[in-house]
Write a new protein. Sequence first.
Length: 413
Amino acid sequence: MKKKPKVLVSAYACEPGKGSEPGVGWNWVKQISKFADVWVITRANNRPAIEKALKKEPLNNVHWIYFDLPYWLRFWKKGQRGVHLYYFLWQKGIYSLAKQLCEQIKFDIIHHVTFVNYWLPSFLSFLPVSFVFGPVGGGEDAPPNFFSTFSLKGKIYEYQRKWFRRIFELTPYVRQNIKNASIILATTEETAKRLENLGVRRLKILSQVALSNEDLEILFNIPLNLEKKFKFLSLGRLLHWKGFHLGIKAFAKFIKRFPQSEYWIVGDGPERKNLEKLAAQLGIKDKVKFWGFVPRHEALKILEETHVLVHPSLHDSGGWVSIEAMAAGRPVICLDLGGPALQVTSETGFKIPAITPEQVVNDIANAMYSLATNKTLYKQMSLASRERVKKYFTWERRGEEIKRIYAEILKNT
C-alpha cells in the first residue's frame, strides 16, 4: 500500500458553503484529503464555520491551524478595505509557523490555494519543499478598445489595477515565488502568458471553477424553459468591467427583431444607476428588469425562469455564474476572454471576440436572435451545457487532476 503524501495547504480564504475564494479553499482541502494527509493554515475567522461543517462531515486526516496577525496589525482592516495589504502581511506571518511545521512533519508538498492571485506572493515557496502555486489568476485585462465605454471612475480603476499589478510583478518576492514553484497552475490563458513572461519553470492551465455534488443536484434538476417570451439573464456585481452595458446595448438591437423578450439583471453595485439610465436612453426601460441583490435561493428561482445567460465580462479569471447557468441547461453568451472562454464552447453557447464595442454589441445581439428563434439549437446547447459541466467542472474532477500533478512532482523529487 502506497504511503499517503503529507501536504501543507495555505488557504487564507477557506469556508464551507461559500462560493468564490472561500469555497475554493474549502473544496481544495476536501479533495486533497481524499488521497493525502493534510495540514491547513487558514485565517482564524474561518474557524467557526469550519468547525460547524466538520461536525456534519468530519475530515479525519485534515489538521487545522488557525492564524491571524496581532490586533495592532489588523484593527484597520474592515471588509475589503486594505485586504491586499493584510493578505500580504498574513502570508509573511505564516512563514515562521510553516517552517516549524516543516521541521516537525517533513511535508512532501506545500500547496498554495487561496488567494487565487499570481501577483501576490506566497512566502511558503521559500521553504525547502516542492511547492505548488495555484490555480492563480489575475492576469486578465479589459481590452484597450473598451476603455472608452467606461465611466471616468472605471477608467481610473483599470489604469490603477494595471500599474499596481506591474509594480508587484517587479518585486523580488513575486519573482522568486514564481522561480521556486515546482509548478504553477494558471486559471486562464491571459494569466499563463504573464507568468511565462516572468520566467515560470513549469506551467499548466487549470480552472479553479468547479461545482460540488450538492450544487450539481440542485442545478441539474432545474427544468429547461420553453416559454415563448424569451428572457435573458445577467447576474453579478454591477461593475464597469462586468460589461453589462454591452449586454443592454445588444438587447436594444435584438428586441427590434424579437419584441417578445425581456432582459433581467440580478445584482447590485456602483454601476446600477448608469445601467438604468442607459436602458432608459435606449427606450427599453420597460423591458429591462433590475432585481438588485437577491439571496442565492431566490437567484436560482430567477435562473429557472430565464433562458440564456449573458455574461460579457471584460476580465474574469473565474466565472462561476457561467458554469452554474450551464449546469442548469442555460446556454451562455460571453466574450472570448478569461475564465468564461475556457468554459463555454461552440456547442454550449457563443464566445464573442472582443475586438471593438460596436462589434461585440452586434455579435451579442445576433447570438441572442439565434437562440431565441432556433429551438433546435437552443435545446442542443442546453443539453450540451449540462454534459460539459458534468464532465469537466466538478470538484471530483479537480481532485483527480491535482492527484496526478502531485504524483508527477513526487516522482521527480
